[in-house]
Design a protein around this ligand. Structure first.
Ligand code: G4P
Length: 533
């Protein structure tokens, strides 16, 4: 195998998803610790907390001390080159969070052992499931009182509609949590902690070992033997093909805080994941090993430096090798160009890079020419990767400029911001006065819109909350545009159009979505706008 092929084969690119507070940041940090990218845990988190003072991100981010965009990190572990895509939670949950999942080849889902499946896990899971990417579950916080592991697996299966296969099994929980039983090797991995800042020490003992009563205690030993028997009798067969198609989630137990179970998880999922996956460009499947470079833009981060109105476009390298010296072809712009200041986040530091390989994520300086979903490839090639879908917003406001004379600037600014993917804009061509409705996935984006329209376009806006929470793009069976008078709609449902001319309905409740679908059987509803991924 050439060096080039080796570099691609050893890459793994995954997104880490969870409900806020389940332990995503802590687990990510522990991966970096085990990968040797940081010497002591506490550095990344420290950075997160002091970010407000040190970063030159957007002003709004400084004011609130939170991160508006998702970040990407790279580290090395046992010969693998691992790219982690973080998916922001809390208030900064946005469409970017979903789009980040489009750049990953697999997902790590962190679940709080005491809470099980939570709202945000469900939403992110749905987007991963749509692409059938492998999903690995880490049941975290086993050092606290946790729910029964059988019950947790059952909940995952029922709530998310995916089969589960416990790769290991916890021995005790809370203060009694001592380690995990590795089902494949029939070994007990018993941990001794070192306060969480340093790696835990693992001792391996087989299940039949006579010393086990002393090591983990008679009661836990008896419980484990009983659980293992139940598991072997009841659970499904392990099937790697099902894992790779996102139909079966391998489940691992542990504690990111004390490091117990972190390394078995990291090893286990790196072993089961694949090198960078191919991507569709119409009829063509672009393979990571193709000789030529190609990439697609999945995120645009605006305004790193307000004075220059510059942006960073994040792209996923799909095939080949990226060489900072060479020109690439921007398909949508129809131009050859050299990507400037390509950078990557290594552990916690941003670095300018000279090369990158399929599977990697790079951020490049964008003078305003890139859009979400754009394709970059070697000069001479002209394929386009399938578009990234638009995700249904959940919050809606009617927006207008305070000064009616500034409507033009307002539209220009809002359209620009929508083009970057921070907000979605809808219009109401079916009512007398055309209104602009803005939809977002996370409410922070309204603040971003207000702030940016004022600071970059000099427009003050007035926003009025609308009672809609659900959106579905609609298509009629006959393919013709839908006429409002032909629809049966409830009072809390509104027909609008997006800026690509696609029609959609806004609903006040989930109930109204079902009600409307039943009464308008000729319509097809879609939660995602746009075609494949
Ligand atoms: P997130 O990124 O998913 O939002 O979660 P994060 O890692 O920030 O963790 C949320 C809280 O849960 C943190 O506590 C963290 O220390 C704690 N935590 C994470 N993993 C574990 C675990 O395995 N066991 C236990 N017991 N706690 C865990 P915090 O008090 O909010 O923050 P901090 O003051 O500890 O930094």
């Amino acid at each position: 195998m050439s060096k080039y092929q080796q570099e691609i084969t050893r890459r793994r690119t995954f997104a880490i998803i969870s409900h806020p507070d389940a332990g995503k940041t802590t687990l990510t940090e522990k991966f970096l610790l085990y990968g040797g990218a940081i010497a002591q845990a506490g550095q990344v988190k420290g950075k997160k907390n002091t970010r407000a003072a040190t970063s030159d991100w957007m002003e709004i981010e400084k004011q609130r001390g939170i991160s508006v965009t998702s970040s990407v990190m790279q580290f090395q572990y046992e010969g693998f080159c691992v790219n982690i895509l973080d998916t922001p939670g809390h208030q900064d949950f946005s469409e970017d969070t979903y789009r980040t999942l489009m750049a990953a080849d697999s997902a790590v889902m962190v679940i709080d052992g005491a809470k099980g499946v939570e709202a945000q896990t469900r939403k992110l899971f749905k987007v991963c499931a749509m692409r059938d990417i492998p999903i690995f579950t880490f049941v975290n916080k086993m050092d606290r009182e946790a729910r029964d592991p059988f019950e947790l697996c059952e909940e995952l299966e029922k709530e998310l509609g995916i089969e589960t296969y416990p790769m290991n099994w916890p021995i005790g929980d809370g203060k009694e949590f001592q380690g995990v039983y590795d089902r494949e090797n029939h070994q007990i991995i018993h941990f001794t902690g070192h306060g969480g800042a340093k790696a835990a020490t693992a001792t391996q003992v087989s299940l039949g070992d006579p010393g086990l009563d002393t090591l983990i205690g008679e009661r836990l030993h008896a419980k484990l033997s009983e659980d293992v028997e139940l598991l072997d009798g009841a659970s499904a067969e392990f099937d790697l093909a099902k894992v790779r198609h996102g139909k079966l989630s391998p489940v691992f137990f542990g504690s990111a805080l004390t490091n117990f179970g972190v390394e078995p998880f990291l090893e286990g999922f790196l072993r089961m994941t694949t090198p960078p996956l191919p991507r569709l460009a119409g009829e063509t499947l672009v393979d990571s090993m193709d000789d030529d470079f190609s990439a697609f833009v999945f995120k645009i981060q605006a305004n790193m430096n307000k004075a220059h109105r510059d942006r960073i476009a994040f792209m996923r390298v799909v095939s080949g090798r990226f060489d900072a010296e060479k020109e690439v072809y921007h398909v949508q712009g129809g131009k050859k160009l050299r990507l400037s200041r390509p950078q990557q986040l290594m552990a916690a530091e941003r670095e300018i890079i000279e090369e990158a390989y399929a599977g990697d994520i790079i951020g490049v300086f964008d003078p305003g020419i890139f859009s979400i979903g754009d394709t970059l490839c070697a000069p001479g090639k002209k394929f386009r990767f399938d578009p990234i879908p638009t995700f249904a917003p959940e919050h809606f406001r009617r927006v207008r400029p305070l000064d009616t004379m500034k409507r033009k600037q307002f539209l220009k600014g809002a359209e620009q911001i929508a083009q970057e993917g921070a907000i979605q804009m809808f219009k109401t061509p079916y009512t007398g006065m055309e209104e602009i409705i803005v939809g977002v996935v996370g409410t922070l984006q309204f603040d971003v819109l207000e702030y940016r329209l004022k600071s970059e376009y000099g427009v003050d806006i007035f926003m009025e909350g609308l009672p809609y929470e659900y959106l579905r793009w609609i298509t009629a069976d006959d393919g013709e545009p839908v006429k409002e008078e032909n629809l049966t709609l409830g009072t809390d449902t509104k027909l609008v159009e997006d800026f690509k001319g696609r029609q959609l309905l806004l609903f006040g409740s989930k109930w109204a979505v079902n009600w409307t679908q039943e009464r308008n059987p000729d319509l097809t509803f879609s939660e995602f706008g746009g075609a494949g991924i």
